[in-house]
Design a protein around this ligand. Sequence first.
Ligand SMILES: Nc1nc2c(ncn2[C@@H]2O[C@H](COP(=O)(O)OP(=O)(O)OP(=O)(O)O)[C@@H](O)[C@H]2O)c(=O)[nH]1
Ligand SMILES: [Mg+2]
Length: 156
Amino acid sequence: MQASLSISKVLVVGPKGSGKTSLLCRMVFDSTSNCNSVPGQFLKYSYSTGNGETISFLFKEVNTLPTTEKKSAYILTLNSNNRGDLESLPNILSMISDKRVIIALCMADLHYSAAFWVDDVKKVVGKRDIRIVPVSAKTGENIKQFMSYLSDLVLT
Ligand SMILES: Nc1nc2c(ncn2[C@@H]2O[C@H](COP(=O)(O)OP(=O)(O)OP(=O)(O)O)[C@@H](O)[C@H]2O)c(=O)[nH]1
Ligand SMILES: [Mg+2]
């Protein structure tokens, strides 16, 4: 069997406190326990897709937009418990103007107190083809699914 290797740099963007570092920790270390000491600036992670491919992700948290940095895709995090994050979405989308974006709807473990949910994000996203995935960095909920969607995104 032939193995293929690809390296994808993925920028993690989103409002302050929306869960960028925590999501990175969960994806890379499957834990958030030492998250405070992780700057989220450059994390390498190899992910095996179901069909024999390995993707090496270089994740970088970016706190100022727009950015001219090279990237394969963006992860955009939104804190589902903060209404302001939904309000800032149009502005963020205009600053990233990139087709390869996946939205992580963070703090899914706090769904019961959410200020907005997937359908509200869909309304703002409109016709753009952007996947919206509820995730919890705290419990790990939906993280595997999220990684799978992310690999689809960078491989297409
Ligand atoms: N309950 C819960 N809390 C979370 C989750 N993810 C992050 N948090 C908390 O939300 C706060 C912000 O998370 P960070 O990961 O630091 O967010 P950030 O986007 O990196 O923040 P900045 O770098 O300051 O912009 C922290 O107190 C986290 O512990 C989650 O899935 N569930
Ligand atoms: Mg951070």
